[in-house]
Design a protein around this ligand. Sequence first.
Ligand SMILES: *Cc1c(COP(=O)(O)O)cnc(C)c1O
Length: 230
Amino acid sequence: MLIENYNDVNEKVNAACKKVGRNRDEVTLIAVSKTKPAENIAELYEYGVRDFGENKVQEMVEKYELLPKDIRWHLIGHLQTNKVKYIVDKVHLIHSVDSVKLAEQIEKEAAKKGVIVNILVQVNVANEETKFGLDKDETIKNVEAISKFEHIRIKGLMTIAPFVEDSEENRKYFNNLKQLSVDIQKKNIDNVDMDFLSMGMSGDFETAIEEGATLIRVGTSIFGMRNYNN
Ligand SMILES: *Cc1c(COP(=O)(O)O)cnc(C)c1O
């Protein structure tokens, strides 16, 4: 079932890439395993999947301890400064850096452990009140401030688009994020590369790929519905 679902999503990724003439290896499919047991992750791991996304620090750390160490863990949920210390040496990429204050804490913990941490800057591109992320207009100035930290590399931008029935409604937001990343790249800031654009989830990843996503975060379409009660 899991493998079948994964293959279905993967086929759709292939098709979306083909549709707009993109190379398939430009897009990484991250399996968002939050709330799902380690056995599910192990099954996909056996199948060859290495990129997994979690939105809670404690859950990521628990799974990290249980599972093979060559898994690339993506922290995609809101990160509190007091939790940073648990993950800086375990996470492959933090997608959700949305303040200089948080980056400062990452810098501090990374320096302590002697590691470099790769991050994305989260942008609230649709300006939704309920969502974390920087306003589009303040992104560049925050990127510039965060770029000064020696133990952090800014690798791109991330957004969580609105939940919509028709993914076409999100196309403009994906396009806006892409454009913003191009503008930032042009500034040639030290420590900053706009290599990655993390956008697109179960409901809209194909549209996101058409607009330039390089990391898509897919949970429900691979693992099925989440149960938050257990
Ligand atoms: C849960 C989550 C996803 C996956 O959402 P699905 O709709 O289940 O694919 C993607 N990104 C973030 C930030 C999430 O928290």
